[in-house]
Ligand binder design. Structure first.
Ligand SMILES: [Zn+2]
Length: 185
């Protein structure tokens, strides 16, 4: 391959990525970062299930990887699977990177998707901080911890990203992050 065709190939690839960025959930300004692969690893603390999936590659979204993540983030009480917000998955990746952890580092997942049934039951049993219209029910929230990293550090890093909601639950051992409005509790 000559230098010239290589340059054209790269320009063509970049144009394609930018086009995807303009027409989907991925903002154009993040398109450069999207050239690489993106993966997310986590362990569901309730059933000890482990997920380590690549959900973005050179040719765009990896649907198999996303499906794996959706399955791993399902409502573990009822088995209901939802399509998680891809922005939430990106947010977790950004958070992990900010904490200086490698792409294969596994989050502890305390809660991902919550079905309306589970949410109602948690509210009925006096679950503090369980909202009527929980972002968990929309597939836009997760309660997480990063083993070996202080919860306060996870929370500060999440706040510094400035995207969505960040809730701090030190007694329950997790930080809630979601892609709803920017807010803190
Ligand atoms: Zn939560």
């Amino acid at each position: 391959m000559t230098t010239e065709t290589r340059q054209i190939d790269r320009r063509g690839l970049l144009a394609g990525v930018l086009a995807i960025g303009a027409s989907s959930v991925i903002a154009p300004q993040t398109a450069f970062a999207m050239l690489g692969e993106r993966r997310l690893a986590f362990r569901n603390v309730h059933n000890n299930e482990r997920i380590d999936a690549r959900y973005w590659g050179a040719s765009g979204i990896d649907r198999d990887g996303l499906a794996e993540i959706n399955h791993g983030m399902r409502d573990w009480r009822t088995g209901d699977v939802a399509s998680m917000d891809p922005s939430l998955i990106d947010l977790l990746v950004t958070l992990r990177d900010k904490l200086g952890a490698s792409p294969r580092t596994s989050f502890d997942l305390i809660s991902g998707y919550r079905s309306p049934r589970t949410n109602a039951s948690l509210r009925a049993h006096g679950g503090g901080g369980v909202a009527t219209k929980s972002q968990h029910m929309l597939g836009k929230a997760s309660d997480i911890a990063l083993p070996g990293v202080r919860l306060e550090t996870v929370r500060s890093a999440a706040l510094s990203i400035g995207r969505g909601g960040v809730g701090f639950y030190p007694r329950d051992g997790f930080v809630h992050v979601d892609t709803g409005r920017v807010r803190t509790w």
